[in-house]
Design a protein around this ligand. Structure first.
Ligand code: NAD
Ligand code: TYD
Length: 340
């Protein structure tokens, strides 16, 4: 079996590469990544020497490059993680989100049609469902929840999902889609809430909480997510959507306070900053379908996963310090001001 993993130099794709190499030593894993600011070859250090692994630097929206790659490696499966993934960046620069997330997905599926494929799997997000109100904790996202997006990021992901459904119906391309909640764990780029707060706390810098910090996210440990995608890829039904996540809801403030407590840092580091425009209030997944059909439930409770994650950031300082020392510094100053 040959599996193309796009976006494998990023956070979840990188974890998925390791998951697949370990679990399926006979599979050939080809990682395709454009190495944007979010892609990091250091994430793939542990895979590069594995003869079953190959890295190809390419843009998924570059049709010639994608077709040449498919021609050469004739994949059985494609798992598409490649995306612009940060909501805040989509608010300042939506264009690149449309190009990579929508056009890129279309180009990959055209290649799948041209060269034949067992399954194209699209890694989507629960953000395509919009948000839930804070005062109705009994509500959850199911696969039937209507798409109702808030940010250019989520709109571009919803656009891609619709295109995937259309290719399934019109061209009978074998596809599945998964919509997961917020991931956390090793190799998470430090512009996102959890790694940003861990890095700032370790550096005794202010922890910038948007608004009142009352927004709720349903935290999914990245290794549980990889397990779920693996199950869907091999056993999921053609044309189906599966929600991944559940039962790990926390307010942002709870998350930040947990990190400070675990690191023995004072809550006085918390700084409330201007809220994100259009900020989604609550995300919460109902995982009944994937549990019933594929036997998956999240194995890692947030209280355990956050400890594992903090330990990883303590043990791998070089990985994230290299990012903080580079071009990311400019983004941080623009976003939060040079005083923070
Ligand atoms: P990430 O930003 O850490 O990594 C994205 C990777 O894609 C990077 O390595 C980047 O270089 C690569 N990439 C970007 N544009 C590309 C292009 N045009 N061609 C090829 N490669 C390109 O993202 P992540 O957090 O690992 O997310 C992976 C996927 O999961 C995304 O599709 C995202 O929408 C989805 N998702 C993420 C989360 C989360 O909590 N992180 C939650 C729900 C869904
Ligand atoms: P983020 O990690 O960007 O993921 P998403 O927006 O996709 O859910 O943000 C998670 C939550 O944390 C979200 O409610 C915004 C909030 N947040 C902050 O309060 N401060 C920050 O500096 C960041 C990056 C996020």
């Amino acid at each position: 079996m040959t599996v193309i993993v796009t976006g494998g130099a990023g956070f979840i794709g990188g974890n998925f590469v390791y998951h697949m190499l370990e679990k399926y030593p006979k599979y050939k894993i080809v990682c395709v990544d454009a190495l944007t600011y979010a892609g990091n070859m250091e994430t793939l250090d542990g895979a590069m020497k594995n003869p079953q692994f190959e890295f190809v630097k390419a843009d998924i929206a570059d049709r010639d490059a994608v077709y040449a790659l498919f021609e050469k490696c004739k994949p059985d499966y494609v798992v598409n993680f490649a995306a612009e993934s940060h909501v805040d960046r989509s608010i300042t620069n939506p264009d690149i989100f449309l190009r990579t997330n929508v056009i890129g997905t279309g180009v990959l599926m055209d290649a799948c049609r041209k060269y034949g494929i067992k399954r194209f799997h699209q890694v989507s997000t629960d953000e395509v469902y919009g948000d839930l109100p804070l005062d109705k904790p009994e509500l959850f996202f199911t696969e039937e929840t209507p798409l109702h997006t808030s940010s250019p990021y989520s709109a571009s992901k919803a656009g891609a999902d619709l295109l995937v459904n259309a290719y399934n119906r019109t061209y009978k391309l074998p596809v599945t889609i998964s919509r997961c909640s917020n991931n956390y764990g090793p190799y998470h780029f430090p512009e996102k809430l959890i790694p940003l707060m861990i890095a700032n706390a370790l550096n005794d810098k202010p922890l910038p909480v948007y608004g009142k910090g009352e927004n709720v996210r349903d935290w999914l440990y990245v290794k549980d997510h990889c397990e779920a995608i693996d199950l869907i890829l091999h056993n999921g039904k053609d044309g189906e959507v599966y929600n991944i996540g559940g039962h790990n809801e926390r307010t942002n403030l709870e998350v930040v306070k947990t990190i400070l407590r675990e690191l023995g840092k004072p809550e006085s580091l918390i700084t409330y900053v201007t809220d994100r425009p259009g900020h989604d209030m609550r995300y919460a997944i109902d995982p009944t379908k994937i549990n019933r059909e594929l036997g998956w439930l999240p194995a890692t409770r947030f209280d355990d996963g956050i400890k594992l994650t903090i330990k990883w950031y303590l043990d791998n300082r070089k990985w994230w310090e290299n990012i903080l020392a580079g071009e990311y510094q400019n983004y941080y100053e623009k976003m939060y001001g040079s005083g923070n």
